[in-house]
Design a protein around this ligand. Structure first.
Ligand code: IPE
Ligand code: IPE
Ligand code: MG
Length: 246
C-alpha cells in the first residue's frame, strides 16, 4: 500500500506526472524469458499506478508506451506489442470507465493498425465524461515527430490564409501539439537506470523535474511512486527566475 500524503504535500505535489516505462525487456531477459513477457508484466503495473494518482493529488498521468523509434525492433516484438495494446484496451476499458479514468492517446495514429486505432478512438469516447484521473497513453509518439506535425499543420493554416506568420508564437504552436488540452508535465520519471529522455514530451518538459530510478518498470509499484511524488514537493522550481522569499 502506498503511504498517504498530507493535504499540504498534495497541494505542493505534481499535478501532471509523465513516466517513461522502461526496462521490460531486461526484466524478462533476467528471467530467461522472451522480451514480450516483460511487456505483459509491464502492462499489468499500469493499473496500480493509475489508482495511486487521486490520493497523491496527481490529476494527469502520461505514460510512454511505444515511441516512433520503437519500429526499429524485430518484427515479432513490434507485432507482439501491437497485439498487447489491442488486448489491453479491450480488457481494461470497462474498468477504466468505472474508475473514473479519462483516457487519451497521443502520437501519430497514421502508421498504426486500423483495428487498434478504432479501439483507441472508442476508448477515448467511452471515457470522455470521466474526470477523476486523466490518463494519456503515448503510442507511436515522438517529441520531434509531434512538433514536426504541428509545424506542418500550422504551415497549412497559413497557406490557407487562416493564419499569418505573425501568429506563430509558442502559445499558438502549443495548440497544434497532440497535448494541446493537457498541462505541461511537472515531473518526468524514467525507470530502468537510463538517464535520457528518448524523444518523450520534448516541448512540454522544458521545465519539468526529472527523476531517473534504477527499478525496472515491471517492478515499479505504488509505494515507490508515492515516495517520488513526495520528494518532488521539496524541490525548488524557479522557471528561470530567482527563488521567491518566504
Ligand atoms: C520499455 O521497455 C517498453 C517499450 C519501449 C515498448 P524496453 O522494451 O525498452 O525494455 P529494455 O530497455 O529493453 O529493458
Ligand atoms: C523509450 O524507451 C520508449 C518507451 C518507454 C516506450 P526505449 O527503450 O525505446 O529508449 P532507448 O532506446 O533506450 O533510448
Ligand atoms: Mg528500453
Amino acid at each position: 500500500m502506498a503511504p498517504h500524503l498530507s493535504s499540504e504535500d498534495r497541494a505542493s505535489g505534481p499535478r501532471h506526472v509523465a513516466i517513461i516505462m522502461d526496462g521490460n525487456g531486461r526484466w524478462a531477459q533476467m528471467r530467461g524469458r522472451p522480451r514480450i513477457l516483460g511487456h505483459h508484466a509491464g502492462a499489468k503495473r499500469v493499473r496500480e499506478i493509475v489508482e495511486a494518482c487521486p490520493d497523491l493529488g496527481v490529476k494527469y498521468l502520461t505514460i510512454f508506451a511505444f515511441s516512433t523509434e520503437n519500429w526499429r525492433r524485430t518484427q515479432s516484438e513490434v507485432a507482439g506489442l501491437m497485439s498487447l495494446f489491442r488486448r489491453y484496451i479491450q480488457r481494461e476499458a470497462q474498468d477504466l470507465l468505472q474508475r473514473g479514468v479519462r483516457v487519451r492517446f497521443i502520437g501519430d495514429r497514421v502508421k498504426l493498425d486500423a483495428r487498434l486505432v478504432t479501439l483507441m478512438d472508442d476508448l477515448e469516447l467511452l471515457t470522455s465524461h470521466n474526470d477523476r484521473v486523466h490518463l494519456t497513453i503515448a503510442l507511436n509518439y515522438g517529441g520531434r515527430d509531434e512538433v514536426t506535425r504541428a509545424a506542418r499543420r500550422l504551415a497549412y493554416e497559413i497557406e490557407m490564409g487562416r493564419l499569418t506568420h505573425k501568429d506563430v508564437d509558442a502559445e499558438t504552436l502549443s495548440k497544434f501539439l497532440d497535448t494541446h488540452v493537457l498541462p505541461d508535465p511537472d515531473l518526468v520519471i524514467r525507470t530502468s537506470g537510463e538517464a535520457r529522455i528518448s524523444n518523450f514530451l520534448l516541448w512540454q518538459s522544458a521545465y519539468a523535474e526529472y527523476e531517473f530510478i534504477d527499478t525496472l518498470w515491471p517492478d515499479f509499484n505504488d509505494a515507490e511512486f508515492a515516495r517520488i511524488v513526495k520528494s518532488y514537493a521539496a524541490r525548488d522550481r524557479r522557471f528561470g527566475g530567482v527563488k521567491a522569499k518566504a
